[in-house]
Design a protein around this ligand. Structure first.
Ligand code: ATP
Length: 250
């Protein structure tokens, strides 16, 4: 499935970007939401996408995942343009939105079995076990999803999104509404997933988590990326300062 994409390397940050967004424009009626967004996320990189309510983070993720079309600009995944590749390239993408897209009356295992059929996975049982273990839900696999905590639902939603082992993972506010322990589990899951030849773009409103969870941060304001920083030399206080300043000038 990964065959036509840029071959994964072990060099992480130095590799060609798995996600490239060029000059993206999107409007809803008279409202221009994206006004020339440029972004790139390398293999092995976790990028946090920041922005105020309504800044366009979900819109950008929907376009990168192929669910929405821009008026202008291009999304290139693993060197292949989404526009040219069409449907098959969407299988390179795992997307978790605000809605977990799970069946509450089914168990975690049954949910993944259902989605594995949709993806025509080879050896689905092995893959499902590996994914359930990866998201720390193996002991609870037979329980109905309606008995899961918010954190468990969120981890299962990520499990669904990584079933087909996509190199590009998009997580729209995955940390919203999680208690401290669940947020910690999600953090370590994202770290593990990011360490395996993937590019992860996650949106969050929590600047401290952005610094802690991601390798880089990008701030969307006024329809553009107005700030892009590595988190290597950043802390929450400094990011808050940069965030305020960027909003003042955008
Ligand atoms: N389908 C749509 N039709 C009309 N307007 C839309 C549509 N989708 C989004 N918008 C508008 O586009 C803007 C950006 O919305 P979007 O959901 O992308 O922002 P966001 O940064 O994800 O916000 P939040 O942090 O609150 O989730 C908002 O003003 C929103 O009302």
């Amino acid at each position: 499935m990964r065959g036509t994409m840029a071959a994964p390397t072990s060099s992480g940050r130095d590799a060609a970007p798995l996600i490239q967004v060029r000059n993206l424009h999107k409007r809803f009626g008279r409202k221009a939401v994206l006004r020339g967004v440029d972004l790139s996320v390398a293999e092995g990189e976790v990028m946090a996408l920041l922005g105020a309510n309504g800044a366009g983070k979900t819109t950008l993720m929907r376009i990168v995942s192929g669910l929405a079309k821009p008026e202008q600009g291009e999304v290139i995944l693993g060197g292949v343009s989404l526009r040219q590749a069409g449907h098959e390239l969407r299988r390179y993408i795992g997307l978790v939105t605000h809605a977990p897209l799970l069946y509450e009356h089914l168990s975690g295992e049954e949910n993944l079995t259902f989605f594995a059929r949709m993806y025509d996975l080879l050896q689905p049982a092995e893959r499902i076990e590996a994914v359930l273990r990866a998201v720390d839900l193996w002991p609870r696999r037979r329980d109905p999803v309606r008995t899961y905590s918010r954190g468990m639902v969120q981890r299962l939603a990520i499990g669904r999104a990584i079933l087909h082992d996509p190199p590009v993972l998009l997580l729209d506010e995955p940390d919203t509404g999680l208690d401290q322990e669940s947020a910690q589990m999600l953090h370590s899951l994202i770290r593990r997933l990011g360490a395996t030849n993937r590019a992860i773009l996650l949106s969050t409103h929590n600047l401290d988590r952005a610094v802690e969870w991601a390798d880089s941060v990008s701030l969307l304001a006024g329809g553009k990326i107005v700030l892009q920083e590595s988190t290597a030399a950043l802390d929450g206080a400094r990011l808050r300062q940069l965030y305020r300043r960027a909003h003042q000038v955008s």
